[in-house]
Design a protein around this ligand. Structure first.
Ligand code: ADP
Ligand code: MG
Length: 288
């Protein structure tokens, strides 16, 4: 009897142990399934990251290649520009002067596209100095002067002395891109106005055109790289301008004018310029 009780108890213990083992086994199975799923997810993520990395490497290589090509095209283009300017001088006051002017305008436009591409493919380090922003705007206007004449655009501006700290070449590119868009938006001609407002925390430069205006549904996208509504546009002008102004701790606002045309307002902080710092130090009035 004693023996059979022992066997019975042992059997019970065995059944209990086997049940608890079964529960453990089921739990382990659940965990294995969960971990397997997790591993699969991680593997998918890893594959995506690898692809992303590969794509980034390809983009970097393409950027490098684009930069090299732009450099290669640029050198002969500079020579062509030089010769076309000489030709323009030679043909001044002759029947062919307009043709020579057309060549120069085409070259300048090509040069501008190349600069935007280069800046997009390979942003360069900024070289800051104190500069009078009106001289930068005047330089940019000078470069697009032939196009302004061809389009019969009238430029009026009130450019006063305002010093900000910035990279002259990059800021010239900003104004060229903004002014070029303004001129291109007026195929039938019109008025292009540039005004400056200083005094506050920011220097504000306002560019107003009387062109086709920006469609309300596009206003969110115009600063995106490669967004263009022009048949031959690269969509890089505003993206580059935005990036450069941002690197000067400023910003750009675009709006559609009530009746016709657009307004682009560029804001640059005064705080970075030595003039502004001197102003803070000695309490003198600045930007007068
Ligand atoms: N002054 C403007 N008037 C009307 N539309 C403009 C003006 N400036 C920019 N845009 C719009 O923003 C788009 C992007 O401009 P941008 O980046 O300079 O590229 P792109 O000039 O090559 O088209 C233009 O295609 C145009 O639709
Ligand atoms: Mg443009």
């Amino acid at each position: 009897m004693q023996e059979s009780l022992k066997i019975h108890n042992a059997f019970n213990n065995f059944t209990e142990a086997s049940r608890s083992l079964e529960t453990c086994y089921a739990r382990l199975c659940e965990q294995v399934t969960f971990l397997t799923e997790e591993l699969e997810n991680k593997n998918v993520q890893l594959r995506e990251l690898r692809q992303h990395h590969k794509r980034n490497l390809r983009l970097i290589a393409m950027g490098e290649m684009a930069a090299t090509i732009v450099h290669e095209i640029r050198s002969p283009l500079c020579s062509i520009e030089l010769y076309s300017n000489m030709l323009m001088d030679d043909l001044k006051d002759t029947d062919h002067s307009e043709m020579a002017g057309g060549i120069s305008t085409g070259i300048r436009s090509l040069n501008n596209i190349l600069t935007n591409m280069l800046l997009f493919a390979k942003p360069r380090n900024l070289s800051f100095s104190d500069l009078q922003i009106r001289t930068v705007i005047a330089d940019a206007l000078k470069i697009i002067e032939p196009l302004i004449e061809i389009r019969e655009v009238t430029v009026s501006h009130t450019l006063t002395d305002h010093a900000v700290s910035g990279d002259r070449e990059l800021l010239k590119q900003v104004f060229m891109n903004i002014l070029l868009n303004a001129v291109q938006s007026m195929p039938e001609g019109g008025n292009l106005t540039i005004e400056m407002e200083g005094g506050g925390e920011y220097l504000k430069i306002i560019v107003v055109d009387e062109g086709v205006g920006i469609d309300p549904e596009n206003i969110e996208n115009i600063f995106d790289p490669f967004f263009s509504t022009k048949e031959q546009g690269t969509g890089l002008g505003l993206a580059i301008a935005h990036k450069i102004v941002q690197s000067h701790e400023g910003f750009i606002k675009a709006s559609r004018n009530g009746d016709r045309g657009s307004t682009f307002s560029l804001y640059f902080p005064y705080k970075n310029s030595t003039a502004a710092l001197n102003h803070i130090n000695d309490g003198k009035e600045m930007n007068t």
